[in-house]
Design a protein around this ligand. Structure first.
Ligand code: NDP
Length: 247
C-alpha cells in the first residue's frame, strides 16, 4: 500500500499557518502542525476529515531537537514530501533603540529557523529525490519600513535563503519557494487592520483596496503542492494586492 503524503507546517496553531494547514489537509495531505503550544489549527469550520489529517505537535522552531522529534513523529504516519516554514514573530522598535537581544530573538524565529527546519526535513526529501519547501516571507523584504529593521532584515534573509537552498538542493529534486504576503488580516490583527487609522491608511496604500486574508495565502501555498512545476524554484512570489509595486 502506498504511504500517505505528509507536509510539515510551522506556526500552524493560528493565523496564516492554520489556514495553510486546513487547505493542505483538504488537498489530502497529512499535516504535521507545529507550534510551541502544539494546539491544533484554530479553524472552527474545519471538517472532521481535515481534522483527522492534522497531527498537533509541540515544537519550538528555535530548538532544532524539538523540531526533529516532531518531524520523526510525522514520518511514522506518512512520507514527508514538503515543509512550510511559516512560524514568525513581528516586533517594532526605532533602530537606535532596538535591543540586540530583541534583534537576535526575531532573527532566530524568522530566519535561523528556516535553515534549521529545512535541514531537519532534508534527509526525508532527499531519500525520495523530490520535495517542496515553501517559506513564508513578507513584501517588507524589499522595503525600508520604519521601526521594522529586524523584521525587514529577517524576511530579506528568507528570500536569500530561498535562492541558495534552491540552487544547492535542485540536483536532489528539492524545490524551494518564498511566498511573500502583504498585509493579511488574521484573528490577532483584525481589530487593528479593519478599524481606525490603519484601515484608512491601508485602503489608500493597497491598490487592491483592502488587506488580504489568510485563505488567500493558503490557496496559493496549497496550489504549489498541487500543481508540480519542476522548473519553478528559488523564486519569491509576492501576494500583496500590488502594494509592493505601486508608486
Ligand atoms: P501569528 O502570530 O498569527 O501566528 C504565529 C504562529 O507561529 C503561531 O501558530 C505561533 O504559535 C507560532 N510560533 C511563534 N513562535 C514560534 C516558535 N518559536 N516555534 C514554533 N512556533 C512558533 O502569525 P501570522 O499568521 O500573522 O504570520 C505567519 C507568517 O506570515 C509569519 O512568518 C509572518 O511574518 C508572515 N506574514 C504575516 C503577515 C500578516 O499581515 N499577518 C504579512 C506578511 C507576512 P505558538 O505561539 O503556539 O508557538
Amino acid at each position: 500500500m502506498m504511504s500517505e503524503r505528509a507536509i510539515i507546517v510551522t506556526g500552524a496553531s493560528r493565523g496564516i499557518g492554520a489556514a495553510i494547514s486546513e487547505h493542505l489537509a483538504q488537498a489530502g495531505f497529512i499535516v504535521g502542525c507545529l507550534s510551541r503550544s502544539g494546539e491544533l489549527p484554530r479553524r472552527e469550520q474545519a471538517s472532521a476529515i481535515v481534522r483527522s489529517r492534522w497531527i498537533g505537535l509541540a515544537a519550538d522552531v528555535t530548538n532544532p531537537a524539538t523540531v526533529r522529534n516532531a518531524i520523526e513523529h510525522v514520518a511514522a504516519r506518512g512520507t514527508i514530501v514538503g515543509l512550510v516554514n511559516n512560524a514568525g514573530l513581528h516586533t517594532e522598535a526605532r533602530s537606535e533603540e532596538l535591543a540586540i537581544s530583541d534583534w537576535n530573538a526575531l532573527l532566530a524565529v524568522n530566519a535561523t529557523s528556516v535553515l534549521a527546519c529545512s535541514q531537519s526535513v532534508y534527509p526525508h526529501l532527499v531519500r525520495h529525490r523530490s520535495g517542496l519547501i515553501v517559506n513564508i516571507g513578507s513584501f517588507f523584504d524589499k522595503l525600508g519600513v520604519k521601526r521594522n529593521l529586524a523584521y525587514c532584515a529577517s524576511k530579506a534573509a528568507v528570500a536569500a535563503m530561498t535562492r541558495v537552498l534552491a540552487v544547492e538542493w535542485a540536483a536532489a529534486g528539492i524545490r524551494v519557494l518564498n511566498v511573500a504576503p502583504g498585509y493579511i488580516v488574521t484573528d490577532l490583527n483584525r481589530a487593528q487592520m479593519m478599524e481606525g487609522p490603519l484601515k484608512a491608511y491601508l485602503s489608500k496604500r493597497i491598490p487592491a483596496g483592502e488587506p488580504g486574508s489568510a485563505d488567500d495565502v493558503a490557496h496559493l501555498v496549497a496550489s504549489f503542492f498541487d500543481i508540480e512545476v519542476p522548473f519553478l524554484t528559488g523564486e519569491t512570489i509576492y501576494i500583496d494586492g500590488a502594494q509592493g509595486v505601486a508608486h
